[in-house]
Design a protein around this ligand. Sequence first.
Ligand SMILES: [Zn+2]
Length: 162
Amino acid sequence: MSGSTRRKPSVSTAYHEAGHAIAAARIGFTFDRVLLGYHAESQSLGGVWRTEWSGFPPWPKWMHAIVLMCGPFAEARYRKQSIGKIWLARSSESDARAFAQLGIKDDEVIAHRRNAGLLLQEQWSAVRRTASDLLAHGGLSFEDIEDRVIWPADRNAWRSKT
Ligand SMILES: [Zn+2]
């Protein structure tokens, strides 16, 4: 991609990717790094979400569900738009597709949606910081993200809530 055709990442893209990254680190998902960049495949500007799963695969579906939701949810919160509208927007296309492939039952979707909302509420200042650092640096390592998470006294409390 030549420099002339490359658009600048938007603030809402940064919030979207920060939402995924902070949610992932908070619930115990590990990954390589998160980058902001041009996503050639979809011909739209989006976060290039590069992940490297490690730990104890296969990861539970609820983890995937929450991490997928928190990107569009953070974008919606930043843009002061409804989650439903952002979920259907092009910036959420790959998340919505991946979510559908998880095959989660409707009643569980409601629970995951609530937990994703609670997580973002808890981590909003971390998401804001991460978004502005992503815009400044273009990418952050997993350790950078982990440093920005607001950790409760018991890091694993999230697991027992779900
Ligand atoms: Zn996303």
